[in-house]
Design a protein around this ligand. Structure first.
Ligand code: NAP
Ligand code: MG
Length: 405
């Protein structure tokens, strides 16, 4: 079989632990045999980030801006425990996802991969719920301060004009911690625009929720900007399509989402989206079935899985065990990136390959071959066989071969 040609490379960001192992297997078994793969490779593995003082992350994000499409493996965000595990780390490097999102100023859309044999935990959910997570600022770009004596914290903004605004944060009577967050009007507006546009392209209702009753200024700005964008730019199109924009408080939204039928886009601030996407993923199936794409206002897209590096499986793998780690979301990151590359470059075969890869993966599950995390989720009447990651990928490869023949 002749391999499918590519013209423009995509940005490939390698990562850590078990997902790095899966990454290699997916390429070897599902992509390289069929596609004459062109990538610009960036090693975002923790030790290489450390060796480059995290420059590699910035380079990968800039390459994504230049080339328009990226696929990313899960990566370790170091914490105190990781600093002990990897004594060679010279700094507690920031989350690569945070860095990339800040550079691309995009919105992350996360949707579960849904299968007839896996019923959502929430019985009334009939269609996937897509989470749109604002990908800039708030806690992820905050500065934290630890103090060890009584005193007062103030927050000062110094304008370029020389004007200053100062607020008393808190007077404390002992050791304390502080955090200062920000967001930018332009980023919130870009977030709103990509959400409205994505809702229109998917012909789905858009929900948005914040805590503007408490954070009157901060969350109030989000609510206000969304309303403004809706009224001025998108309302007519929404009405024509018969879809709605719906704003409500985050706690009310959580309650309504649980009682809903699904099938809409739920826009959330950065932290809310981080948390709620894991909840939605778990309720629809597993975190391993959650896909993610970061979309910037100019249409640049970075595809990845929502889950992390699956550390516990990696340590079993290092002991020589064959693990049953679910590669679905990482496969869909690759297929998504290849489809997008095909679309942008007018390569129908490449787009068709991405579709065939997805359909072969779904077919494998529907035919009862799955990784063990899915066994307990599948309908009890469904006869399924639990396999390890390698066997699962081989089964997909078999079906993919048939589809492409
Ligand atoms: P995790 O890697 O998502 O794994 C948590 C647990 O979820 C696993 O132990 C496993 O449960 C289950 N799981 C997740 N993905 C799975 C898969 N593909 N197949 C089967 N089971 C799966 O989260 P974590 O343990 O909290 O984080 C590990 C590392 O990942 C951290 O260093 C964190 O910084 C990083 N992380 C990276 C990203 C990213 O790059 N986008 C996102 C989140 C976390 P069982 O062990 O019970 O089987
Ligand atoms: Mg999360």
């Amino acid at each position: 079989m002749e391999k499918i040609k590519m013209t423009t490379p995509l940005v490939e960001m390698d990562g850590d632990e078990m997902t790095r192992i899966l990454w290699g297997m997916i390429k070897d078994k599902l992509i390289l045999p069929f596609v004459d793969l062109k990538t610009e490779y960036y090693d975002l593995g923790l030790l290489h980030r450390n060796a480059t003082r995290d420059q590699v992350t910035v380079d990968a994000a800039n390459a994504t801006k230049r080339l328009g499409v990226a696929v990313k493996c899960a990566t370790i965000t170091p914490n105190r425990q990781r600093m002990e595990e990897y004594p060679e780390l010279t700094e507690m490097w920031k989350s690569p996802n945070g860095t990339i999102r800040a550079i691309l100023d995009g919105t992350a859309f996360r949707a579960p991969i849904v299968l007839p044999c896996i019923k959502p935990v929430v019985k009334n959910w009939e269609a996937p719920i897509t989470i749109a997570r604002h990908a800039y600022g708030d806690m992820y770009k905050a500065v934290d301060l630890e103090t060890d004596e009584p005193g007062t914290a103030v927050l000062t903004f110094r304008g370029e004009s020389g004007a200053e605004k100062t607020l008393n944060v808190q007077t404390v009577d002992g050791p304390a911690v502080f955090s200062a967050q920000h967001n930018k009007e332009a980023s919130i507006r870009a977030f709103a625009r990509s959400c409205f546009q994505y809702a229109i392209s998917q012909k789905q209702d858009l929900w948005f929720s914040t805590k503007d009753t408490i954070a009157k200024v901060y969350d109030g700005a989000f609510k206000h900007i969304f309303e403004e964008e809706y009224e001025h730019t998108y309302k007519a199109e929404f009405e024509k399509l018969g879809i709605t924009y719906f704003y409500t408080l985050i706690d009310d939204a959580v309650a309504r989402v649980i009682r809903s039928k699904g099938g809409f886009i739920w826009a959330l601030k950065n932290y809310d989206g981080d948390v709620m996407s894991d909840m939605i993923a778990a309720a629809f199936g597993s975190l391993a079935m959650m896909t993610s794409v970061l979309v910037s206002p100019d249409g640049t897209m970075e595809f990845e899985a929502s889950h992390g590096t699956v550390t516990r499986h990696y340590y079993r793998y290092l002991k020589g065990e064959k693990t049953s780690t679910n590669p679905m979301a990482t496969i869909f990151a690759w297929s998504g990136a290849l489809k997008r590359r095909g679309e942008l470059d007018g390569l129908k075969d490449l787009t068709a390959f991405g579709e065939a890869l997805e359909s072969a993966s779904l077919q494998t599950l529907e035919e009862g071959v799955m990784t063990k995390d899915l066994l307990s989720l599948a309908d009890p009447s469904f006869q399924a066989r639990g396999v390890n990651s390698e066997e699962f990928l081989d089964e997909i490869a078999k079906r993919l071969c048939k589809k492409l023949a």
